[in-house]
Write a protein that binds this ligand. Structure first.
Ligand SMILES: Cc1cc2nc3c(=O)[nH]c(=O)nc-3n(C[C@H](O)[C@H](O)[C@H](O)COP(=O)(O)O)c2cc1C
Length: 165
């Protein structure tokens, strides 16, 4: 089985999760940045990872997923976000990633917290929208993804691989 692990990452959080997943996979595998991926059709299984931007996938992510996630392709998604895993809105944001990938056979999904970069935090703190300012003050994401979260990512990789047989 040929496996792809591909990720988009501006500040390194999703990359860390991608590497944790990649290192857990045995056999034929490739680790790439999303921008270097032409066609996931040549892989038997693709783990695709993205950060959350503005309450869901950004435009580029959505377009990538809609284009690549076509019938018969096996895809496992992983997503990072600075909001804690238990905020209720998260379900809705994660559903947007799943929706964009819905054309494929979605065989796994993992998400975890990733530290909000200081520069972005400062911009958000002075944003015109009250909810963005509130968000910037309450995300509590320093140091994420930590080792516990990376362990969960490894478990996710193993479980997904085991399900594939
Ligand atoms: C422009 C921008 C918008 C973001 N919007 C959200 C958001 O809506 N919800 C959230 O939980 N995190 C949000 N984040 C935080 C990132 O999703 C989070 O820090 C992520 O782990 C970054 O991953 P990366 O280091 O791989 O780029 C945003 C970050 C940026 C830069």
């Amino acid at each position: 089985m040929k496996v792809l692990v591909a990720y988009m990452s501006s500040t390194g959080n999703t990359k860390k999760v991608a590497e944790a997943i990649f290192n857990e996979i045995n056999g034929e595998k490739e680790l790439k940045r999303i921008e270097d991926v032409q066609d996931i059709g040549i892989y038997d299984l693709s783990f695709l990872g993205f950060p959350t931007h503005q309450f869901g996938p950004d435009k580029k992510t959505k377009e990538f997923l809609e284009k690549q996630c076509t019938v018969g392709r096996k895809v496992a998604l992983f997503v990072t976000h600075c909001a804690p895993e238990d905020v209720p809105e998260l379900q809705e944001w994660m559903a947007k990633f799943k929706q964009a990938a819905a054309g494929a056979n979605l065989v796994g999904f993992f998400d975890c917290q990733g530290e909000l970069a200081k520069s972005i935090e400062m911009m958000m703190k002075i944003a015109p929208k009250k909810e963005i300012r509130f968000f910037a003050k309450s995300h509590n994401s320093q140091g994420q993804p930590d080792e516990a979260r990376l362990m969960k990512a490894r478990t996710f990789a193993r479980d997904t691989m085991n399900r594939m047989g």
